[in-house]
Design a protein around this ligand. Structure first.
Ligand code: HEC
Ligand SMILES: [Cu+2]
Length: 323
């Protein structure tokens, strides 16, 4: 189960955010308790009885000495509030600066494009042939800064991996950048954090933080063209794929399918989930998704596919071979 919690930071950015958050939590929590204690004290203290004739109404004006004491209390309260807010201000400014300080030379650049309702992910490389394109699953090496370039093709989305950093919006026609670094290996769940339509809640992704060698092996595998079918059924499945509407929306590198309306499927079988974290990547889920994804994620941009059972099984064999 991937972790998705801002309370369990796995990198310096998230670590700074959470320490700021805890400080604010303790200070404001203490202020709240103190205010409540004063309120309670005021409620249970000597109460003068109401009612009776007008002449019996007690004179509630404070005596001069009491009034002086009261203004001291109020002044102290105001001064304390100002000091606390000022400390918060300084501390959050320092945190903001620190969050922005990861501009190291030796970094990885990952482009993320938000779509309703999935994430297109590509790894920048000076040589175009070394650019990897995938979807919904981002691998990064542990301990290395990563620059994320974020944009969107449709509406505003927000990129959020609570264990690693705060949120950054993906805005159509504008590139936002954010840096992050993970110090702890693991699998972290990210989630779109800006309401972006019907299936916003099903717009998740996975960040896999692994040692450099493992990352490199993953990267090289993703770089390769799709695996050639090795069984008759897989061959038939590829035929089904290439003669179905699939090719109008999907890419499988090494075949004629080169559209980018939906996720790149060249290595779809290597991913842990389908449809932006909605389903575990199993044969049954894959079948359900391909036949009628609208049942699973109503309103998503992939139409249902009416396939003969034999064709469907062959197609599944093929898709599952795309490691
Ligand atoms: C009109 C465009 C379109 C067509 C046609 C189409 N798809 Fe899709 N497909 C999409 C979109 C868009 C998504 C992403 C949906 C989401 O997660 O919201 C998707 C997602 C998928 C996924 C999940 C990928 C992942 O990593 O999450 C698979 C697998 C898939 N499609 C297979 C197929 C197959 C097989 C066909 C043909 C039988 C097909 N698609 C036809 C647009 C299309
Ligand atoms: Cu979104």
């Amino acid at each position: 189960m991937p972790s998705q919690s801002a309370l369990s930071p796995a990198g310096p950015q998230a670590g700074r955010i959470i320490s700021l958050w805890w400080m604010m939590f303790y200070v404001t929590g203490a202020v709240f308790l103190i205010v409540m204690a004063f309120l309670m004290a005021a409620l249970v203290r000597r109460r003068r009885p109401y009612g009776g004739a007008a002449a019996d109404v007690p004179d509630v004006r404070p005596e001069p000495s009491g009034e002086r004491r009261m203004s001291h209390v109020v002044l102290t309260g105001v001064a304390l509030t100002v000091v606390i807010l000022f400390v918060f201000l300084v501390r959050s400014y320092v945190t903001g600066r620190a969050l922005d300080s990861l501009h190291e030379q030796d970094h990885l650049t990952v482009k993320v494009v938000g779509h309703q309702w999935w994430w297109e992910v590509s790894y920048d490389n000076a040589t175009a042939a070394y650019t990897v394109t995938t979807a919904n699953e981002i691998h990064i090496p542990v301990g290395r800064p990563v620059l994320f370039k974020l944009s969107s093709t449709d509406v505003i989305h927000s990129f959020w991996v609570p264990n690693l950093h705060g949120k950054t919006d993906l805005v159509p026609g504008h590139e936002n950048v954010t840096w992050l670094k993970a110090d702890r290996e693991g699998v972290y769940r990210g989630q779109c954090a800006e309401f972006c339509g019907h299936q916003h809640a099903h717009m998740a992704f996975t960040v896999v933080v692994e040692p450099y060698e493992k990352f490199k092996a993953w990267y090289d595998a993703q770089l390769a063209a799709a695996q050639e079918p090795s069984t008759e059924s897989q061959k038939q499945g590829r035929q089904v794929f290439l003669s179905s509407p699939c090719v109008m929306c999907h890419t499988v590198r090494g075949t004629d399918a080169g559209s980018r309306v939906g996720p790149d499927l060249t290595h779809v079988a290597s991913r842990g989930t389908l449809a932006a974290g909605t389903l575990e990547n199993t044969r049954g889920h894959l079948a359900g998704w391909v036949v009628d994804s609208q049942q699973i994620k109503p309103g998503n941009r992939m139409p249902p596919n009416n396939l003969e059972p034999a064709d469907l099984q062959a197609l599944l064999d093929y898709l599952q071979s795309l490691k």
